[in-house]
Design a protein around this ligand. Structure first.
Ligand SMILES: [Zn+2]
Ligand SMILES: [Zn+2]
Length: 59
């Protein structure tokens, strides 16, 4: 089997779309340091993000 499985699925935390291959922003949650991804569209709209690990929300 030659399935290229990624350990971390990259999904926009705001809208939930798959951001693999997109120019998305990646940053660390200020609360727990978890990696948070946000797509360019949500970044433009300044949509709130929510850490899927600790539930922290921020701009
Ligand atoms: Zn998004
Ligand atoms: Zn967090």
């Amino acid at each position: 089997m030659s399935q290229n499985e990624q350990r971390n699925t990259r999904k926009c935390v705001s809208c939930g779309i798959n951001i693999v291959g997109m120019s998305a922003a990646t940053f660390d949650c200020p609360e727990c340091g978890n990696e948070v991804h946000r797509c360019a569209k949500c970044r433009k709209q300044s949509t709130l993000y929510e850490c899927n690990q600790c539930g922290f929300t921020g701009p």
